[in-house]
Design a protein around this ligand. Structure first.
Ligand SMILES: N[C@@H](CCC(=O)N[C@@H](CS)C(=O)NCC(=O)O)C(=O)O
Length: 226
């Protein structure tokens, strides 16, 4: 059986989990240790053995150990093609991969500057002020990207045509992070906000969102204080 090593609050691990559940692929999960104070230390031995970048997610299938959510999603789609998570034509697939990369790297870049909100306030006031300033700039950048994504949906139910793809999964996870990190609201962007609610109604997405909220209640008390 496939085994997914994941972090409770790992955006990239949860992309893989959503794909596994959407495709109905039998798998087992192994949660690695994570705290806001120490991050992923001590690293799980299976992660160290499989991934030179020492990161989750790691997916083990027999003697094949994979890392990087994008590589793992491609493997899962080839292993279990139905339902497909990529569109039909090379051009559409290429656009879809670019949108997944946008979610993971471009939209995610300002989201990094909101992550300090999960931590207890830094003891150094100058550092705290710098974090707050970077957070405000990040919020403006995220809001601008929301407006562009809203236009990009262009009346469609999904980002790459009429079916769920890896672009939707990646964007959902990064946008979920903007919301858990108290970033800009989705409501001013009607198409994007309706898309988000539609995905949240799917069991695979709902379960991941509920587990992340539960993990935050346990691991991220600073978020509850707003
Ligand atoms: N591009 C990688 C990113 C993986 C990644 O950043 N994983 C985070 C958790 S979400 C991690 O393990 N961070 C610990 C570290 O970088 O040391 C992917 O898509 O899987």
């Amino acid at each position: 059986m496939l085994k997914l090593y994941l972090g409770p609050l790992s955006l990239f691990s949860r992309k893989v989990e959503i794909a596994l559940r959407e495709k109905g692929i039998p798998h087992e999960r192994a949660f690695v240790a994570f705290t806001q104070e120490k991050g992923y230390a001590p690293r799980h031995p299976a992660v160290l053995a499989a991934n030179p970048k020492r990161q989750v997610p790691v997916l083990v299938d027999g003697d094949l150990a994979l890392y990087d959510s994008t590589v793992i999603l491609e493997y899962l789609d080839e292993l279990y093609p139905d339902p497909p998570l990529y569109p039909a034509t090379p051009q559409e697939r290429a656009r879809c991969r670019l949108l997944e990369l946008d979610a993971d790297e471009i939209l995610f870049a300002p989201v990094r500057d909101l992550l300090f909100r999960t931590e207890l306030p830094h003891p150094d006031p100058a550092r705290r002020a710098a974090q707050v300033a970077a957070g405000m700039a990040a919020e403006a950048a995220v809001a601008a990207r929301f407006a562009a994504l809203d236009r990009g949906l262009d009346g469609r139910d999904f980002f790459c045509g009429s079916c769920l793809t890896v672009a939707d999964i990646g964007l959902f996870m990064t946008i979920l992070f903007t919301q858990r990190l108290l970033g800009p609201p989705l409501e001013p962007h009607p198409a994007l906000s309706a898309w988000y609610r539609r995905l949240l109604a799917r069991p695979a997405f709902a379960r991941v969102a509920a587990e992340i909220a539960a993990a935050d209640r346990e691991l991220s008390p600073a978020l509850a204080r707003g």
